[in-house]
Each structure stands twice: as C-alpha cells, then as structure tokens.
Design a protein. Sequence first.
Length: 95
Amino acid sequence: MAMDVTLRQLRAYVAVLEAASFSEAAKAMHLSQAALSGLIKELESRVGVRLLDRTTRKVSSSAVGETFAPMARRVLSNLDEALENLTNLKELRRG
C-alpha cells in the first residue's frame, strides 16, 4: 500500500518535533508557517492518522506520532548518510 509520503513532508514533521513549534520549524526550513502547516496536513492525510497534537500554545507528538518519529528520523538519517557516501565516492573518482 503506497502512501506517497515525500521527504519534504518527513523533514517538516521532524523539524516541528525538534522545534516544538510550527513557527520555529518554518524558520529553520526557510518556509512560511502556512507552507509548513500544509506539508504536515498532507503528511497526516496520506498516512491517515494525526501525528501531532496541537494547541494554541504548543505542539507535541500524538501517541502514534511518538512511535513514528524515530522511524522518520531513521529514514532521513539513512538518506543523508547515503547521499554523503555518494558524494565521497564521486570525489574519489575525480581524484
């Protein structure tokens, strides 16, 4: 069952968790708060579950989000590591 979740959505989700704030996460990602909120809404829609609990004062992981967060971080970390390794291999071939 493909859900078509994007890396940008995952990065936005992790940024919100790390900042515990939509506005701070938006700044960190160089996005408007509305754009960041849209990414989170798309992500939650595609996975079919609320990942974040929001109040007017704070944002935190939902129960499902608590379980999903380390998996999302691992996916992003693995991708970053793979891209770094690819860059290193490219540099070795040049040198």
